[in-house]
Design a protein around this ligand. Structure first.
Ligand SMILES: [Zn+2]
Length: 307
């Protein structure tokens, strides 16, 4: 009975017994335990994998949302960079326009004054420039009593910008034009008192203030060194003197540079007065000198034909 396996079945008909060999019983046991093991392992694996998949998909979702966020930020940054670039471009353009308007050289022409200093002008060019651009003093004797720039106003004591120089002049001292030009204004004007404004070539103007007498009229052509009036003490002033201004494209420049400007060292002003576009000015002078003889020729030819 040792190797026998007995199955006993009870039913209405009585008791029946079946015997199986011990080896079969063992196989059944193995099979059952294998099935159990398989079911257990599969369940564990499936559980593990499911967990892993859900973790991965959570990670994926997180990364996706991060990616979307970064893309959005990237687009916003790009937009802001583009905007900043266009703003910068506009500012640069505006700055250049302003510089051109007030006659300051753009930065790229930094070595301009050096280049201009290398330029040698012909006698004709120098002669032409010293006729047309303010130079020398409007008085026979020159003593500066108040400088160009910020100062304490001699009458009201407030800090203000002095757009010219004050030259010592007794009442009635003759005043001369410092370059040829057209009289733009001759008359009374606020703090200036009796004032003459002369419009010169190449964007220059000179102003002569606090005069006692004016000898020219608006629209008159005046020569370099011509008597235009007499000094005085009209306007906001604490004693007689001549107020003298040099302007270039409406911007007041330091008249001292122009008063000291001499034919012999004509180049000095190119480096001293950097607000003037000397290079283009010399180009204009050259062009003027070349066109004048042609015009004279054509007038002559016209007259000849008339005869
Ligand atoms: Zn003054």
């Amino acid at each position: 009975m040792k190797d026998k396996f007995i199955i006993t079945i009870h039913d209405v008909n009585g008791i029946k017994q079946y015997t199986l060999k011990q080896i079969v019983k063992r196989y059944i046991l193995y099979f059952a335990s294998f099935i159990l093991f398989f079911v257990f392992t599969s369940t564990a694996v499936i559980y593990f994998l499911t967990k892993e998949v859900s973790q991965l998909s959570a990670k994926k979702e997180k990364l996706q949302s991060q990616f979307i966020q970064m893309t959005k930020e990237n687009i916003a940054l790009k937009k802001s960079i583009e905007q900043k670039n266009s703003e910068l471009k506009q500012i640069t353009e505006k700055l250049k326009n302003i510089e051109e308007m007030i006659g300051i050289r753009p930065e790229e022409e930094k070595d301009l004054s050096h280049r201009i200093n290398q330029l040698s002008l012909t006698t004709a060019q120098i002669y032409h420039m010293f006729k047309n651009i303010p130079n020398g003093s409007p008085l026979k004797k020159t003593v500066i009593t108040s400088r160009f720039g910020y100062r304490k106003h001699p009458v009201n004591g407030q800090r203000d910008f002095h757009p010219g120089v004050d030259l010592r002049a007794k009442w009635g001292t003759p005043v001369y034009s410092t370059a040829r030009g057209i009289v733009e204004y001759a008359g009374k004007k606020g703090n200036y008192g009796k004032l003459i404004i002369i419009q010169h070539n190449y964007g220059f103007k000179t102003l002569y203030g606090h005069l006692s007498k004016i000898k020219v009229k608006m629209g008159d052509f005046v020569e370099k060194g011509q008597l235009i009036g007499y000094s005085g003490n009209t306007g906001l002033i604490n004693g007689p003197h001549l107020h003298y201004e040099v302007r270039y494209l409406q911007r007041p420049l330091n008249p001292v540079n122009f008063i000291k400007w001499k034919k012999l060292d004509y180049k000095k002003i190119f480096t001293r007065e950097r607000h003037v576009k000397w290079e283009s000015l010399i180009k204009a002078v050259t062009a003027n000198l070349q066109t004048v003889p042609e015009q004279q020729l054509s007038v002559k030819a016209h007259l000849y034909q008339g005869n």
